[in-house]
Design a protein around this ligand. Structure first.
Ligand SMILES: *Cc1c(COP(=O)(O)O)cnc(C)c1O
Length: 456
């Protein structure tokens, strides 16, 4: 089919120019689109024309009307949710991989996809201090990492009980208990619901004032059990006491799964790795790459101590699929997928071990600066700032102040409810955040908070 009008090299050159323009103006534009930008996006919406058009016209329209409709989360002053940016090497690799257009599910479809996943997987296991023989599957993010790890747990525990859950399903199966902390992430509950393990039949254990499962009340009845622990509470950044709880759970034969979406990256820094001490004792781990490793969406991994269990839990059989060494698709729920290992490889290779440590430490240092300055300005910090998350209470006007900060556009942070009170949540997860970004953002936050309290 003949579609090209603008030569490919000019098209891609023009696209690169749009990308550079976009990234360069992130610093000066408001973080969220203005009303005008939102309404201008109506220009993208028309009845589809009959004839093909020049691809350059498509990209130009996307740049003109689409770019202003983005949230500037790739810049250095976005502190909402837990959102990373994209490292230059990861962005460049992402573009190259777009040209490759690999279906990375099968080794025969993408030798390079499989190779890069294997290498990036090995580097990450080393960096995160996890067992070297573990299987690593590249998934869309920590939700699917949790899903896949818990599916493997379900497989393993029922196999032990003489039940083949993949073949027989859950009706009539021996019961599996699931133990979580009171502050379990919703993605774990969602995964449990998708797996037929139920989000409401979990045993919720009490947590301390930072959201960590309490060691002294940690107990559960005998029988097949999955214990879900957390490394990186979305509000406080705290980590369950892994080195105390995991041995207790393992002694009773439980499967221990760790939701380490962002917190597991503490392992990369000698300053923070004490927080996740004992993490290597678990059976499965879920880690995001699109958050703290700063690669493009969507990217995350599931890591399982026993690769055979992961492969069996995820296995499919079809006459047209190759046997032999587990291909990438045998480690994940999906079959066809993009080569996610490319960006992970590029990010890790470009930073090196000390660069990853620096990324983590910079974010944590900025979080501390944020907390200290807000506290000095008279506002209450609600959590121990152990990692990259800060929760601030601006008093009775907190909700209005969060909204005003978001609307003012210098920076963006989201809200949460902590122990029944509204709080603003700052997450520093981007390589792009500089000292200057922190300074400018703090000035805006404090100025707005003060204005607000003086008006009311
Ligand atoms: C973000 C997050 C998840 C979900 O990850 P996705 O990449 O959004 O699927 C799970 N657990 C924790 C603790 C998180 O912060």
């Amino acid at each position: 089919m003949k579609l090209k009008k603008t030569p490919l090299s000019s098209l891609l050159q023009a696209t690169t120019n749009h990308m550079v323009d976009y990234l360069e103006q992130l610093d000066t534009r408001p973080i969220v689109p203005t009303e005008d930008h939102i309404s201008a996006m109506e220009g993208l919406d028309f009845d589809l024309q009959d004839q093909p058009i020049d691809p350059k016209q498509v990209v130009d329209l996307l740049a003109r009307l689409g770019s202003p409709g983005t949230v500037g989360s790739a810049g250095g002053r976005y502190f909402g949710f837990v959102i990373g940016s994209t490292l230059p090497a990861a962005l460049a690799a992402h573009c190259l991989a777009g040209a490759w257009d690999q279906c990375a599910g099968l080794q025969v479809l993408s030798p390079v996809g499989a190779k890069l996943e294997a290498i990036a997987g090995r580097w990450m296991k080393q960096m995160l201090g996890l067992p070297g023989q573990s299987g690593v599957g590249f998934v869309t993010g920590a939700t699917m990492g949790n899903f896949t790890g818990l599916a493997t747990a379900r497989h393993a525990l029922l196999k032990q009980a003489g039940w083949n859950v993949e073949a027989q399903g859950l009706f009539g199966a021996p019961e599996i208990k699931v133990v979580v902390g009171e502050q379990v992430h919703v993605s774990v509950l969602k995964s449990l619901s998708l797996l037929g393990l139920g989000s409401e039949r979990v045993v919720r254990l009490p947590v301390d004032d930072q959201g960590r499962i309490k060691t002294d009340t940690f107990e559960f009845e005998d029988g097949p059990t999955i214990v879900c622990l957390q490394a990186g509470n979305v509000d406080t950044g705290s980590v369950d006491p892994l080195n105390q709880i995991i041995p207790l759970a393992k002694k009773k034969g439980a499967w221990v799964h760790i939701d380490g979406a962002f917190g597991l990256w503490a392992a990369a820094s000698s300053k923070y790795k004490h927080l996740i001490e004992g993490v290597e004792l678990a059976d499965s781990w879920s880690v995001d790459l699109h958050k703290w490793l700063n690669v493009p969406y969507d990217n995350g991994v599931v890591i399982c101590r026993n690769p055979e269990l992961l492969v069996t839990a995820m296995s499919v059989n079809a006459a047209y699929l190759p046997d032999g060494t587990p291909g990438p698709y045998q480690l994940t729920p999906g079959l066809s997928r993009r080569a996610r290992g490319v960006e992970a490889y590029a990010a890790l290779y470009s930073l090196g071990k000390s660069g990853v440590a620096q990324l983590i430490e910079d974010c944590c240092r900025h979080a501390k600066t944020m907390a200290n300055s807000l506290e000095q300005a008279g506002y209450k910090i609600l959590n121990d700032v152990v990692l990259n998350q800060v929760m601030v209470d601006f008093g009775d006007n907190t909700d209005q102040i969060i909204q005003a900060i978001q609307e003012e556009g210098t920076c963006w942070a989201s809200g949460t409810t902590w122990k029944g009170r509204s709080a603003m949540r700052i997450s520093v997860s981007s390589w792009a955040t500089t000292e200057e970004d922190v300074k400018v953002s703090l000035e805006a936050m404090i100025r707005i908070a003060r204005q607000y309290s003086s008006i009311t």
